[in-house]
Each structure stands twice: as C-alpha cells, then as structure tokens.
Design a protein around this ligand. Structure first.
Ligand code: SAH
Length: 409
C-alpha cells in the first residue's frame, strides 16, 4: 500500500494569474500587434532572397555570398565582406542582415559550460537563450516568443503574458550568435585545445514561448536551421519542438517534411489536475494530446518525448505514474519515452520539486510498465537559466534600458 500523500492543488502565491472574462486562466493565442522587426535574409525563402538582392540593385548571386557570411562565418559585419563591392556595401548589408538581437547581458555557470544570454529586440522586448556544452554535443535552448500566452502557473515566462511572436530571423539569430561565440572559444574552458569547427549540434524550443502558437515563423526558422545549401545545415533530429499540446498544430507538424523531435509537456495524466496545471487543457484534453503525439510518431517514425515536471505532492503520486504508463501503453509500445524534470522553483512559487525518494519511485513505476524514462538534468539554476525560469526581471529591464540598440552588425 502506498502511504497516503496529500494532494496539493495548483494555486499561485506572490503573483496573480491573469483570468479571462469567464474567470478561467487567460490564454493568448494571437500575438499582440507591435512594430514588426525588420525583414532579414533568414525570414525569406532562397528565391525571395535573390529577389530582394535584385531589388536593392545588386545581381542575384550576391544572396549566396551573404548566406555564406551569415550562416557559415556567423557575421553580419560588412567590413568583413570584402568579396562584396565596396560602394554601397554598408547599406546593402544593413538591408539584408539588419541587426536583430542586442546583447544586454551574459551569465555563466558550470565553469563556463552553461551560458544564458539576455537579448533585446528592436522594440525593446526581452528574450533569453541558454547555451549548454555536454560531452559530445552542444545544445541551445531558444525562445520563440517574447513572453508566453499559455499561462502555466508553475512557469515564470507565462506570468507576464505574451508580448509578441518572434520573427523567424530573430529565432535563427539566437543560433548564429551562439555559433559565433563558440567559434571565438567563448563556451567552456578552452584548455588550449581550441574549438575548431565546433557549433551548436542540438536545438530545443524550450526557451520562452509556445512554439506552436507561432507556427509559421517557427517552421521557417526550422527550415533555415536544417537547410544544407541555404541555411545552417543541422540535422532535423537534433531539433526538438516542445509544446503544451496545441493539438491541431501537432497534427500539422506531423505532415511537414522535416521530422524534428517532438516533445509534449504533459505534467499530469489526469484531466482533473491538468486542467489546473496547463490551462490549454481546457481546449485539448490529455487523451487528445496523447493521440496527437502518437500520430506524430506514426507519421514520422520519431519517438516522442513526454515532459513531466515533478512537483511535490501535486503531480508526483505513484498512482499518477501508473496512470501515465497505462495511458501511454494503451497507444502502443516503443513510441514514447518520458522525461521527468525536477521542478525548478520560480519567483513567488510555493511549490517545490519532489523528494528524491518520490522521484525515484515515479521513475521506477514507469519503468515497471516498460516505459523508457530518463530523469532530465536541468542546467543553469544558479543563473535562473533552467526550464521554466526564463523571464525578463526588473533587473534585466534596467540593464536593457541602459543598453543601446546595436547599430549595423
Ligand atoms: N511552451 C513550450 C516550451 C517552453 S517550456 C512547452 O510548454 O513545452 C520548456 C519545458 O520546461 C516545458 O516542458 C515546460 O513545461 C517546462 N517547465 C516550465 N516551467 C518549469 C519549471 N518551473 N520547472 C521545470 N520545468 C518547467
């Protein structure tokens, strides 16, 4: 017999969750209208880039040169582009590769193996990305929106609501800027070995925002990340798109020609709890989200991940591990694995991570049902860079106000 454990209900303390007219947690699917960021090469399809170059008065083949500078050499600096005609070069480059992200601050931990960037966008909106070196891979956690409209009470990003969607190029530029830093030897202890040719190998859409609520721009960004001739040329399986469970968008994603890795942030196997924990569950229930995840596997052959933040006495009961295992097994075998994540505390949160023994028992029960389960290590807690901790603090806003928006490059 399982010892009786309390059931803590989601409630917020220290901040107030925004509500809609019916008194339910507010969901924002549409991006508030704000001035659009300047159009950048990475927003455009290859043929559109050529057309724009011609519009700016140069022959179309110059597009290819810009792609090489930006995606291979990680530069937007016209002074380094000596293969372009000197006359009008600055204006031309500013028109194709306008500056998008101004670095406000950079925080490091793990002896420099984890770096959090705070970026200011053209309109002053703030976003973060987190770069992590692991043995044999380098992962970048990117943001897809400034803020987030999904209002999950345990995640810091949602507390301030959605500021706006990011453009495809604003998403891609996070990768290019990280690659530039790596090429300069800025990630981890160089040990005198140099980092020749090293770059980001894995991208997770687990920074700020709900990627599937910004679908078209996220897909354009993914295309650029994976394009071997006109983009960064990464492997699609190294890119993970994570969602709270926007079911129609999951089904659309399954029909794309790019088989990215798919992750569903489930966090509760029962609608009763998930309704409170993940407000979007009022639209699409646990069963529908799991059916869509299973369909993603069938369509792409890619095993999907279930994310599950373990929150003490809230969603970490043994019976919930059993129920999760049963619901996954009911949809077949070998199609899914579970990633429990110890909850990272957010400002104003009364919730904490599960006790170690409870966490181990949760994993054990899933494994007993034949579900591959890997506890995810979260990096960067010391710098508020871990899952769910990305938010523009007042301190960040002050630092941003003191930072001038970069001129060209
Ligand atoms: N909106 C997307 C992606 C961003 S969050 C999504 O929800 O999937 C990336 C992951 O971090 C999600 O699995 C999210 O549920 C999880 N997360 C959010 N807040 C967290 C917290 N406080 N502790 C641990 N994980 C958290």
């Amino acid at each position: 017999m399982e010892p009786k454990r309390p059931q803590v209900r989601p409630a917020t303390e220290g901040w107030t969750q925004q509500k809609d007219a019916a008194g339910r947690p507010l969901l924002q699917f549409a991006s508030p209208k704000r001035g659009k960021p300047p159009v950048h090469l990475a927003d455009l399809k290859p043929e559109e880039r050529v057309a724009r170059v011609v519009e700016l008065g140069l022959p179309g083949f110059r597009a290819k040169q810009l792609e090489k500078h930006y995606f291979t050499h990680y530069t937007s600096d016209p002074a380094l582009m000596t293969d372009l005609p000197a006359t009008g070069r600055d204006e031309f480059v500013a028109g194709m590769l306008p500056p998008l992200l101004t670095e406000v601050r950079r925080l490091e931990t793990d002896r420099g193996d984890t770096i959090k960037f705070l970026w200011k966008l053209h309109d002053g909106a703030l976003v973060e990305s987190v770069l992590m070196r692991y043995p044999g891979r380098i992962t970048l956690c990117v943001s897809s929106q400034a803020g987030c409209g999904m209002n999950c009470p345990f995640c810091a990003t949602g507390q301030a609501g959605l500021t706006r969607n990011m453009s495809a190029a604003e998403i891609v530029d996070q990768v290019v800027r990280a690659n530039r830093l790596i090429a300069e030897g800025g990630l981890g202890d160089p040990r005198g070995l140099g980092h020749d040719g090293e770059r980001v190998t894995n991208i997770v859409f687990m920074g700020m925002g709900e990627p599937l609520a910004n679908y078209a721009r996220v897909m354009q960004a993914v295309r650029v990340m994976t394009d071997k001739t006109h983009g960064i040329g990464m492997s699609a399986r190294g890119i993970t798109v994570s969602t709270v469970g926007l079911v129609p968008a999951i089904r659309k994603l399954a029909d794309e020609d790019i088989p990215v890795t798919f992750a569903l942030s489930l966090h509760a196997p029962d609608d009763e709890l998930r309704d409170e924990l993940i407000p979007v569950n009022s639209r699409w229930k646990v069963g529908e989200a799991l059916d869509a995840a299973r369909a993603y596997f069938e369509r792409t052959g890619r095993r999907v991940s279930i994310e599950y933040a373990l929150i003490k006495d809230m969603n970490d009961h043994g019976w919930r591990a059993d129920l999760l295992g049963d619901k996954l097994n009911a949809r077949g075998r070998g199609w899914v694995h579970v990633n429990p994540i110890p909850l990272n505390p957010t400002p104003g949160s009364i919730w904490t991570a599960s006790d170690r023994a409870v966490q181990d028992e949760f994993v054990r029960r899933l494994e007993a049902k034949g579900i591959p389960t890997t506890l995810r290590d979260t990096r960067g807690k010391e710098i508020d860079g871990a899952c769910g901790q990305l938010v523009a603090t007042e301190d960040d806003q002050r630092a941003a106000a003191a930072t001038e928006v970069a001129g060209p490059h």
